[in-house]
Design a protein around this ligand. Structure first.
Ligand code: SAM
Ligand code: SF4
Length: 320
């Protein structure tokens, strides 16, 4: 079975947010008005995550990414990822990396090959200003620890004008000696995150800027890729740009999302969601609800325009 929307896009990729809270307070993600924490019973349990994911797998999902909030904050994170690995899916996660060293065995047992770690600055003080934590050294060490253990590591960097855009070359420098894959993400607007269009470093601007210093080689794009990939000749790693604002990749979108409280969203910018957890708990069949939500998917940005007024939820709730 496959999940087709009305634009003929097939959906095989599910992103599950495990938790709606975080141990970091990144300025571009956590709204100034912090959202209230949900009660534990409002969130999907490990068993519910496993069973609901199983319904999606039955509908053609073959890639699952765990995200959050910060997914590794869940006490049962290891158990969740090990259980999900029973499914024939490519399993991966996006994390701020702070607690990763505690889960290496779980990740290995679960067969996780690739991990996205978010790090927006290589300068300790600036990292602190952006993330509101003193976790720089731990995150940095964990990146290299996981690399040593043989994981494929992608680094997510949200570039913001006047904040950290002067570090793009420093990140690229990391790829000279290490097989790290840097992904520069265009700053996106979310509720109350102080987004302004002129803070966005666009794909075109960034590539022009980087080309002044490096001879960039364009790498081929894959179907469903959200990134435009490049490398510098002779460097071990790669760089890529996620151009969600300037150059959206919606036409090839294959993603669906569930929030930690079991609400399905067909787009990061969807204005509505579909509660799957309540009917699931009532023993109802959620297949038709999932299909209905996929069919309701708009072509782009949840049917909205990319402006500061774009209506959406908060990254912390949806997961990136
Ligand atoms: N806590 C984990 C982390 O930071 O990797 C997972 C959740 S976080 C919401 C997922 C990704 O979304 C991160 O890479 C983060 O940088 C990105 N993100 C959050 N807010 C963003 C924004 N306003 N624009 C672009 N990317 C954003
Ligand atoms: Fe937390 Fe990730 Fe958001 Fe930063 S980007 S506040 S680490 S959820």
């Amino acid at each position: 079975m496959s999940l087709f929307d009305t634009f003929g896009r097939v959906h095989n990729y599910l992103r599950i947010s495990l938790i709606d809270t975080c141990n970091f307070g990144c300025t571009y993600c956590v709204p100034q008005q912090k959202p209230g924490k949900k009660k534990a019973e409002e969130l999907m349990s490990a068993q519910e995550i496993y069973e609901i994911a199983g319904v999606f797998v039955g509908l053609g999902i073959d890639k699952i990414r765990l995200t959050g909030g910060e997914p590794t904050l869940r006490k049962d994170f290891g158990q969740i990822i090990r259980k999900l690995s029973e499914y024939p899916v490519q399993l991966t996660l996006t994390t701020n990396g702070f607690l990763l060293h505690q889960f290496i065995e779980d990740l290995e047992v679960a067969g996780v090959k690739s991990i996205n770690i978010s790090i927006d600055s290589l300068r300790e003080e600036r990292f602190k200003a952006i993330s509101k934590t003193t976790g720089f050294q731990t995150v940095y060490n964990n990146i290299f620890l996981l690399l040593e253990k043989g994981f494929h590591i992608k680094l997510n960097v949200v570039l913001m004008r006047g904040v950290n855009d002067d570090e793009a070359n420093d990140f690229i420098e990391l790829t000279r000696h290490y097989p790290l894959h840097i992904r520069f993400i265009e700053f996106m607007p979310f509720t109350d995150n102080e987004w302004e269009r002129n803070k966005v470093i666009s794909y075109q601007e960034l590539i022009e800027q980087l080309s002044e210093k490096h001879a960039l080689i364009k790498l081929p794009d894959q179907l469903h890729d959200t990134t435009k990939k490049y490398k510098v000749a002779g460097y071990k790693g790669t760089l890529a740009v996620i151009s969600s604002v300037s150059n959206p990749f919606c036409s090839g979108c294959n993603r669906l999302r569930i929030s930690a409280d079991g609400k399905m969203r067909n787009c990061l910018f969807a204005q509505t969601n579909m509660d799957l957890l309540t009917p699931f708990r009532n023993g109802e069949d959620i297949v038709s609800l999932i299909e209905q939500n996929v069919k309701a998917k708009a072509f782009q940005y949840g049917g909205q325009q990319m402006t500061p007024d774009i209506k959406n939820s908060q990254m912390l709730l949806i997961g990136g």
